[in-house]
Write a new protein. Structure first.
Length: 298
């Protein structure tokens, strides 16, 4: 097993970033030599080099021209993983800190039925939503609206992981209500993870077949290019799912095989979460560009 290739796949490094790490695996190189070995144009390679440097995966000499190194790769990879873990832990701590300060209503939703009914109520009551998708999940409108196609995709996903909503009449109520509100003059703004989209597309293609898969991707593109529905992609994987409005926050933690759903009805807390969302959204990439490229490549 090639540790650099596997590391790149697990942590969503781009193919060009992985190519640079492979070139530096056994020798230190200047940007010009890296460009030659990796076939990445010199005008573009600095973008990838600087990103790898900021992640702590490569080091840079002070002399000119600068020489880049991936020596002690095991230590660099371990430090990278520790930093990623620390970032996730800090974000969880910030979220929990906000929850502890909440003077408003906090409701623990332990039953799946309570979660679905509260979600339906939220979609009916509110007119603007901010979503942060948990790792392995995508915005709900990525699913086919057709009931049979929806069930096929959910069945395939259920083989891979436990589903929060399950697969029964209650889930149909949730689905129908969600898509109904999607067609109204409401705003849906989402952040989702690149790896999650890739996995979801692989499953959807197997479940629906090539033709229906492409038809659904084109539908998603039309949705996220509309004035009311927007989606951006990040490489970061969040350990929780968030629904945020101006009045409330619904947060879902997945831990030790259990689901913990908290509903916080507090405008002050909601405002803080909106700021948190906007900071992440600002630096993310628009999903439409990626989906169009994905559609051409498949």
């Amino acid at each position: 097993m090639d540790i650099v290739i596997e590391f790149g796949k697990i942590y969503d490094l781009s193919e060009k970033q992985t190519r640079i790490l492979k070139a530096l695996e056994f020798e230190d190189l200047t940007a010009r030599k890296l460009s030659k070995q990796t076939q990445i144009p010199i005008g573009r390679i600095y973008e990838y080099i600087n990103n790898l440097f900021s992640l702590g995966l490569i080091s840079k000499s002070k002399k000119k021209p600068a020489v880049y190194s991936f020596s002690n790769k095991e230590d660099k990879i371990q430090n990278f993983i520790k930093n990623k873990f620390k970032e996730t832990a800090e974000k969880e701590a910030r979220v929990l800190s906000i929850l502890e300060k909440s003077p408003g209503e906090v409701k623990l939703l332990t039953a799946r039925e309570d979660y679905i009914l509260e979600s339906r109520r939220i979609y009916d009551e509110e007119d603007k939503f901010f979503f942060i998708e948990r790792a392995e999940t995508v915005p709900f409108y990525f699913y086919p609206e057709d009931d049979e196609d929806y069930k096929r995709v959910r069945k395939f996903i259920k083989k891979k992981r436990e589903l929060t909503l399950g697969n029964d009449s209650l889930e149909k109520l949730y689905k129908d209500n969600y898509f109904c509100n999607l067609k109204k003059d409401k705003k849906f703004i989402s952040i989702t993870n690149l790896k999650s989209i890739n996995k979801f597309f692989e499953i959807m293609k197997r479940a629906l077949g090539e033709e229906k898969f492409k038809k659904n991707v084109r539908r998603i593109i039309r949705l996220i290019e509309s004035k009311n529905i927007h989606c951006k992609i990040v490489k970061e994987e969040y350990p929780y799912y968030l629904v945020i409005t101006k009045n409330l926050v619904l947060i879902c933690f997945f831990t030790s095989g259990k689901v913990i759903n908290l509903l916080i009805r507090d405008k002050g807390v909601a405002e803080q979460f909106i700021v948190f969302f906007e900071n992440s959204y600002r630096n993310a990439d628009y999903a439409a560009k990626f989906l169009k490229k994905s559609l051409k490549e498949r």
